[in-house]
Design a protein around this ligand. Structure first.
Ligand SMILES: [Zn+2]
Ligand SMILES: [Zn+2]
Length: 88
């Protein structure tokens, strides 16, 4: 299956970096940077109004990353630092 059909419309699909499935929506894991589908995403949470945290199942299995995910303050600082780097 390469596309998802809604009625007679065909939605553009994206490829999950983890399971390689074609899905309508992927989200980027904040730890490994992979674009993962819903089933590869282990958890997501809102860290602030603007920041959404996503962790994939691979990173969830990594204890330092998992405990980091649970420590929002560290995580927000990391994400903001990454966002600054990407702008340059
Ligand atoms: Zn996937
Ligand atoms: Zn990950």
């Amino acid at each position: 299956m390469t596309s998802v059909h809604y009625g007679r419309y065909s939605m553009p699909t994206m490829t999950c970096d983890r399971c390689k499935n074609e899905v309508v929506r992927v989200e980027q894991c904040n730890y490994c940077g992979k674009n993962v589908c819903n089933s590869c995403m282990k958890a997501s949470q809102k860290a602030s109004k603007l920041i959404r945290l996503v962790i994939c199942k691979d990173c969830w299995g990594n204890m330092p990353k998992r405990s980091h995910y649970k420590n929002k303050h560290d995580l927000i600082a990391t994400i903001q630092a990454t966002a600054k780097q990407q702008k340059v």
